[in-house]
Design a protein around this ligand. Sequence first.
Ligand SMILES: [Mn+2]
Length: 324
Amino acid sequence: MNGSATDVAAAIRRHDVFLITSHARPDGDAIGSQLAMAFALDTLGKRVRLVNHDPVPGAYRSFPGADRIVVAPEAPHLPDLPVGAEATIVMECGDLARSEVTGLERPTVINIDHHIGNTMFGSVNWFDGSAASCAEMVADVIDALGVAWTQDIAAHLYLGIVTDTGGFRHGPISARTFHASARIAATGVSPALLSREIFDSFGVGRIRLTGALLNSMELHHNNRLAVLYYDDEILAACGATSDDTDGLVNLPLGAKDVLAVALVRKQTDTQYRVSMRSKGSVSVRDVAVAHGGGGHTNAAACSIAGSRMSVTSAIVAAIAIALP
Ligand SMILES: [Mn+2]
């Protein structure tokens, strides 16, 4: 059953210790949602532990509290805690497995998500597909808890909103998005400085990688579909790391003709990760789901077994069907 911010706040009030997690390979919305919530719970005197399967992306490590996130495959265990004293809050995950962290099961699991396909795995669930970011939902929970927005909270809400909307450019951006953003600015944080930190704090390896990806870009179906590719050798040649790849999938969308992009990343000789982006009603979600992945209409991902050639042809054929 779907709940609301009020239900989430009520469940939070009933507990004193919280484990907050998000999905593997966290993005800005995952980190921002987790830490905004953590700072709000601090204010209420709750004990908070944060755990993720993968590290905070480099650009967000300067954000307040980023070092509080423990990177581990298993949730830390507090042996002195009575059963049921601790609740788990899961941000941005369609199911618990999406966190790739084990040992998260508790009598109270609070599920907060805006991705279509959420399995309502929690004991308390709030799914809202109309939210442009999970951070907007966290903002509502913080309000329902009666916690005033500090600059730390505001910075993280902004991180979630500005990254999930690609700088207010895509997704279900609404008055709610801008209302939250106005209140963020009113706390005194500088949206311009935060955006600089979020979008413009990469190393030169990222810039070289951008050139390499675009140089080798393939265009299909009258330029309506762009395919980008990289592997560890290309990263090394550019002096770049996986951190530097975040968001590069969006680059070809800068061309008017391009309606969809697939970014293929070699994981092993027989396994490839495919991230997809699209414009408007062109859905890449169905393509991802058909290959065991998931996501939104305009942003989705999946892993496909095969060779580079077979994976690329399969994905080009699948996206072609979604093109107008
Ligand atoms: Mn999100």
